[in-house]
Design a protein around this ligand. Structure first.
Ligand code: NAD
Ligand code: LMR
Length: 338
């Protein structure tokens, strides 16, 4: 495709495209929404990932510029850009992992659900492309409201007859990243040494940090638990307000998405013991989707871990989370079914 060639950022003098033919072992990864606030730094981070051999950057605007820019990095992955709906199928064909940060972000005063109107349709279109062109790819869905967009993608895949619940993952890593950071701050330790499970979903009270299960084991006062839970649940709003109308978290999100995608790729390679929190098809609660710790392997989600022992505070939080989640999930399902 001539415009794709142009967008490879190549001089046209390459002697043999051995890398693109599989000369470098690794996975083929697409980012949909690659020119956005998350997409651009995520493209940078995925170009730096040695497990990536081919990186496809798709957006409805500015994909050529981002592609030319990222393609000059002297790392292994071959970068190709794809602009606009007519190039979606080329962007997706052959991909092993598809990361989706496409869609509008919040402004102050909005909830994530306020984004449903625009983002539901975007995710539907992109999921239809995946079902058609790379039905076996693992999908990392970032676009908000995640609590509804994951059910939307699942329904699209079911309709197409391609749904594999092990391969559809809502990205909630930023909640874990924030929880690790804020807990480490309170404890006065290095955040890299802290691991906080965050379960439920990705919006307000559905974000449920399990502070009784922090690793390494530690204890908090009731005031600390209240303050930490509140800050973790409203971390996104903290950024939206600080950015004052210009958008929501992009840099910490790109970091979180790259961390999660790398875990998926290491699992796909066959590494043992890769465990991350993610919003997936689940039987941990009565809801059809729920975020918990999952084990990632060659085929995607290979094991879903139970919630573990919860204290009274967390049990109350869980009931609140489930109530809101049920509505958000149903809204996503209905968008495709009706
Ligand atoms: P942004 O507006 O900066 O970028 C979004 C990009 O998506 C733009 O480049 C836009 O052109 C592109 N886009 C729009 N429609 C598209 C389509 N049909 N196909 C392909 N690309 C399309 O927004 P952002 O800050 O990068 O945020 C993107 C989304 O991620 C938002 O919905 C935001 O709420 C969400 N988000 C989720 C998390 C999370 O933790 N899961 C964290 C932060 C942001
Ligand atoms: C976040 O948690 O930062 C994202 O979901 C973006 C938002 O709207 O808060």
């Amino acid at each position: 495709h001539p415009s794709n060639l142009q967008m490879e950022g190549s001089s046209g003098l390459r002697r043999a495209d051995c890398r693109a033919k599989g000369g470098v072992p690794g996975f083929k990864v697409a980012i949909l929404g690659a020119a956005g606030g998350i997409g651009q730094p995520l493209a940078l981070l995925m170009k730096m990932n040695p497990l990536v051999s081919v990186l496809h950057l798709y957006d409805v605007v500015n994909a050529p510029g981002v592609t030319a820019d990222v393609s000059h990095m002297d790392t292994g992955a071959v970068v190709r850009g794809f602009l606009g709906q007519p190039q979606l199928e080329n962007a997706l064909t052959g991909m092993d992992l598809v990361i989706i940060p496409a869609g509008v972000p919040r402004k102050p005063g909005m909830t994530r659900d306020d984004l449903f109107k625009i983002n539901a349709g975007i995710v539907k279109t992109l999921a239809e492309g995946i079902a058609k062109c790379c039905p076996n790819a693992i999908v990392n869905l970032i676009s908000n409201p995640v609590n509804s967009t994951v059910p939307i993608a699942a329904e699209v895949f079911k309709k197409a007859g391609t749904f594999d619940p092990k391969k559809l993952l809502g990205v909630t890593t930023l909640d874990v990243v924030r929880a690790n950071t804020f807990v480490a701050e309170v404890l006065g330790v290095d955040p890299r040494e802290v691991s906080v499970p965050v379960v439920g979903g990705h919006a307000g009270v559905t974000i449920l940090p399990l502070l009784s299960q922090v690793n390494p084991p530690c204890s908090f006062t009731p005031e600390e638990i209240n303050a930490l839970t509140d800050r973790i649940q409203n971390g996104g709003t903290e950024v939206v307000e600080a950015k004052a109308g210009v958008g929501s978290a992009t840099l910490s999100m790109a970091y979180a998405a790259a961390k999660f995608a790398d875990a998926c790729l290491r699992g796909m390679r066959g590494d043992a013991g890769i465990v991350e929190c993610s919003f997936v098809t689940s039987q941990v609660t009565e809801l059809p989707f729920f975020a918990t710790k999952v084990r990632l392997g060659r085929t995607g989600v290979e094991e879903i871990f139970p919630l573990g022992p919860l204290n009274e505070y967390e049990r109350t939080g869980l009931e609140k989370a489930k109530k809101e989640l049920a509505g958000s999930i149903q809204k996503g399902v209905s968008f495709i079914r009706n």
